[in-house]
Write a protein that binds this ligand. Structure first.
Ligand code: BV8
Ligand code: ZN
Length: 245
């Protein structure tokens, strides 16, 4: 199939859907200049083993380094702009978003109901008593090696980023909502995820079991491509406006 006929076929598959769930990963934000986790030349974790850095053990070992790294990533996310892909998703009245991303670009593009499976760079809580930390946190404008986390006003424990680390359970409410959407959506669009991190990567399987139309937008095949009726070889910013517009 030519690219345009692939796109036409994909658009036709989505035409009758009233609820299109958009399942996104780091590739969704690549066009906004935010590094992905695994793409070789820009991979954020190119020099760092993801299982080491984004883990509860790394936090216990060296919270100041971890805190600095997350605040730096929050600064980069804050400097980034939603791309045409985020905007196309937000403009479509049929879409809702389930994302693995911890940036806030879907929201800043105007998407209303975004489920964050792995938390957010802009959410903080106490690492001991779980109390939400609502005080403003200054983000570094240059990379800093270490930043001592603030103390929780309730128990004095170190405040941590509100993200899900490897080895940690996903937030219950978000997981339940994501499952519900995979079980009720009329169509699924998968964008920018290599599909290797579980249990998130297992969600599209729930939609696939219902035989709803599944479209994947990705520059190269992924561990989820076999689930898609159509794989549009392209980028989020390049393909989504044409697919959803
Ligand atoms: C848990 C937040 C248990 C932190 C992240 C089986 C079942 C369950 C668990 C496991 C399992 N096997 C292994 C595990 C453990 C682990 C896991 O999955 N490991 C992997 C590495 C094998 N899972 C966990 O630890 C999870 N927790 O299972 O807990 C439990 C249960 C009860 C009680 C206690 C414990 C927690 C996982 C969450 C970890 N946190 N993020 C942070 O970011 O710092 S994961 C992080 O990595 C992201 O959130 C995302 O999920 C993942 C990155 O993947 P992608 O988003 O797909 O990004 P990637 O770079 O890989 O791919 C980008 C894609 O975009 C590529 O395909 C590329 O081609 C494409 N692309 C590039 N440019 C563009 C593009 N696409 C479109 N447009 C472009 N321009
Ligand atoms: Zn506390």
């Amino acid at each position: 199939m030519t690219a345009s006929s692939t796109l036409d076929t994909a658009r036709a598959l989505l035409a009758d859907a009233s609820h299109i769930e958009v399942f996104t990963g780091a590739g969704m934000s690549a066009d906004s200049g935010i590094a992905t986790y695994r793409d070789a030349q820009t991979g954020l974790w190119e020099n760092v083993d993801p299982q080491d850095m984004a883990s509860i053990d790394a936090w216990h070992d060296d919270p100041d380094t971890m805190f600095a790294w997350y605040l730096w990533r929050a600064h980069l996310a804050q400097q980034a702009e939603p791309n045409a892909g985020h905007i196309a998703v937000a403009k479509s009245p049929k879409t809702a978003v389930t994302t693995q991303n911890i940036d806030n670009l879907h929201e800043r593009a105007g998407s209303k109901d975004v489920v964050h499976l792995h938390g957010s760079l802009f959410d903080f809580r106490c690492s001991l008593c779980d109390e939400h930390f609502a005080q403003p946190i200054n983000l570094p404008t240059e990379p800093v090696a270490a930043i001592t986390p603030p103390a929780c006003p309730v128990c004095g424990g170190p405040v941590r980023p509100g993200v899900v680390w490897f080895g940690e359970a996903l937030p219950e409410a978000e997981w339940k909502e994501a499952e519900l959407r995979m079980r009720t959506a009329d169509a699924l669009v998968i964008v920018g995820t290599s599909g290797v991190v579980y249990p998130a990567a297992g969600l599209p399987l729930m939609a696939h079991a219902r035989e709803i139309p599944i479209i994947e937008v990705t520059p190269m095949r992924t561990d989820l491509s076999h689930l898609a009726d159509i794989v549009i070889e392209g980028t989020a910013a390049g393909a989504l406006p044409a697919l959803l517009g």
